[in-house]
Design a binder for this molecule. Sequence first.
Ligand SMILES: [Zn+2]
Length: 209
Amino acid sequence: MVRYRVLFTADLQNLTNLQPADGVDSPTFAYYFKMKCGNCGEPAKKEISVLSNVKTSRSRNAPNLFMKCKLCERRGSMNVVTTDTGKPLTEELSAIGESAPLMELDCKGFDPVELVFGNGWKAKSIAGTKFLDINLSNGEFSEYDEMGKCPVAIYNLRVTFEVLMSEYREYMLARSIRIWDWHRDWHAVAKANKKETGVYSYFPRIVRY
Ligand SMILES: [Zn+2]
């Protein structure tokens, strides 16, 4: 399993706090992703939509979605993590070219390639006007803020996927726990042997008289 942090940024003109209309970390906001197979690299033709509150079964650890590669038939799953993972994109971040985290993704067997923007976004103009139904499906948005008497716009949307936890790291972690367990067992046996033979050794045959 690989955990990704999904980060986004855009050029904001007289706007700030760009985020999903229900707010960041909303479990009801559907995100659309383009994925590719982690085995053969085949990109999925259709984008998939994931909602963090829709699970494949009632079990607590059930993923939000199962996937299967059409080419090599590899199966995989995906989970959207939206608890305390997102932050709105502010004008300050945008101005220095920094990104805001949107959510985290747990992916098994598949990797995200692209986040597809749609409608249902909101932002606030620097004059305080709220724009509550921003459609980003064309990759940009522009309007005129009557109250602030200035044009507002969003363009140059960019998304990056940052790897947080990879299969390799998970494997190494599990391995070090196993080594630690093994070492503890070894120590317990050696201690028992010392009681019996006076020698601190894992091998019980070394007995000194
Ligand atoms: Zn494949």
